[in-house]
Design a protein around this ligand. Structure first.
Ligand SMILES: [Zn+2]
Length: 120
């Protein structure tokens, strides 16, 4: 199952997790976005893993924003379909190789990082 779809491919989704964009209407800021910009290196190699941005996001989420993880758990974010710009035409599953911060967020909602909370 693909839990993350490309926001412009017409596939229904439950929430948007990408950056603010004039073509995407978002009713409310839900906090599911990635505050770290994509690096020049990552932008040049769009299909490669977005390693440093995702690593920054994982550490930030665990260290600074357990409230976001808690909110994602409450609504079972990992059981919903999210939309982002990173998902290609095929979409992304939570456990596919990391390409999108929503995979990180959904893994956190599933409890994958619980052992790290408060320990870093
Ligand atoms: Zn993404």
């Amino acid at each position: 199952m693909k839990q993350i779809v490309h926001v412009m491919h017409g596939v229904p989704y439950d929430f948007y997790g990408g950056r603010p964009h004039p073509k995407v209407h978002v009713d409310a800021v839900e906090g599911w976005g990635n505050p770290f910009p994509i690096t020049v290196n990552e932008a040049l190699f769009r299909n490669s893993a977005r390693g440093s941005t995702l690593a920054d996001y994982v550490l930030w989420l665990i260290q600074a924003r357990p409230d976001i993880i808690a909110a994602a758990k409450i609504i079972h974010l990992h059981e919903q379909v999210g939309a982002c710009w990173c998902a290609g035409r095929e979409g992304l599953a939570i456990d596919d190789p990391l390409r999108c911060h929503l995979q990180v967020l959904m893994r956190a909602a599933r409890g994958d990082y619980d052992d790290w909370l408060g320990r870093l």
